[in-house]
Design a protein around this ligand. Sequence first.
Ligand code: ZN
Length: 313
Amino acid sequence: MAFPLFDRPADEPSRFVGFSGGRIDRLSENRSEDSLPAALADPDARYLIQASGRMWLKQAGEAFDPWFARTEIDVLPVVLDKAIFLGLQDGRPVIALPGKAEPEALPEPLKAIDNRSVYVQGLADEPTLGAVALAASLLAWNAATRFCGRCGSPTEMRIGGYKRKCTGCGAESFPRTDPVAIMLTVTRERCLLGRSPHFPPGMYSALAGFIEPGETIEDAVRRETFEESGIRIGRVAYHASQPWPFPHSLMIGCFGEALDETIDADLTELEDCRWFTREETRAIVAGTHAGGVRMPPPGAIAAHLIKTWAGSD
Ligand SMILES: [Zn+2]
C-alpha cells in the first residue's frame, strides 16, 4: 500500500487558499492573565478593529490599511475593555478590538468593509487576511459566549480572549471551529457543480455542508452530496482546507468519486446542479465558458478544487 505522505509535493494545497497566510504566533503554550495587559501597554502593538462583521480600514486613494497604532486607537470609538490579544507578529503584539460605531458614522478616512469583501476585493495581503480571520472569529466567539451554557451565569474572558470562565460554576469554554465539508464530485470525465439562489449571476461551485456530530469527513461528503444532488459517492480524497472564520467555519475540501450520474437535486437548496465536462470546466476556469458559467472567487477553496480537477488528466 502506498504511504500517503512522503510522495506529496512540499507545497500544501491549503497554502494557496484565502485566509491561510496568517503569521501570528498565538503563544498558545505561554498565555497568562498578564499577556493582554502587557500587550496593551506595548507602544509597538498593532490593532485590528471589527464591528458587526465589518473590518475598519483606513482608505488612502486606492489603498486600504486595517492596522491601527495605539495613538490612533485612543481617539476612536472602540471598546478597549473587550480587547483580545491575538499573539505576536514580527515580534509585535496584535490586538483585536470591537468598534462601537455604525459604518456610516465613521470619521474619514475610515471605511467599514465586510470581511468577505476585504478578501474578495484583495484589500489586504495574505498575512493581514490571516490576522483578520483570527480577529473576526475570536471577537464573535467572545461576544456570543457571555453566559455559561451549563448554569447560565455570566462568563469572563481569560488569557487574552482564548478562553472564557463561568463566574458561577467555574466551567471553562474555548473558541469553537465548525467543520464544513466542501466537495467536488467527479467521474473520470465530468465534475458536478451547483448553484445556490444567493450566488452572483453565472456562478457555480462545489457542493458543501456542515459536518454533523459523530460523523467522519468522508461520511459527511457522501451524505451531503446525496442530499443535495441525489448522487451516491464512493471513494473520498482529502485535498485542502481553508479557514472561513465568519464566524467559525473550517472548510475541508475533498474530491468525491461519483458512483452514478443521475442528478436528483434538492431544489430547496440549489437553483441548479449540473455535470460539466473537463473541456467545459477548463473554459470556466479560463473565464471563457460559452454559457457564461463562472468560478467562485480566486482564493476560495471551491475554486482550487475545480482548478485542480480541470488541470488533471
Ligand atoms: Zn456556569
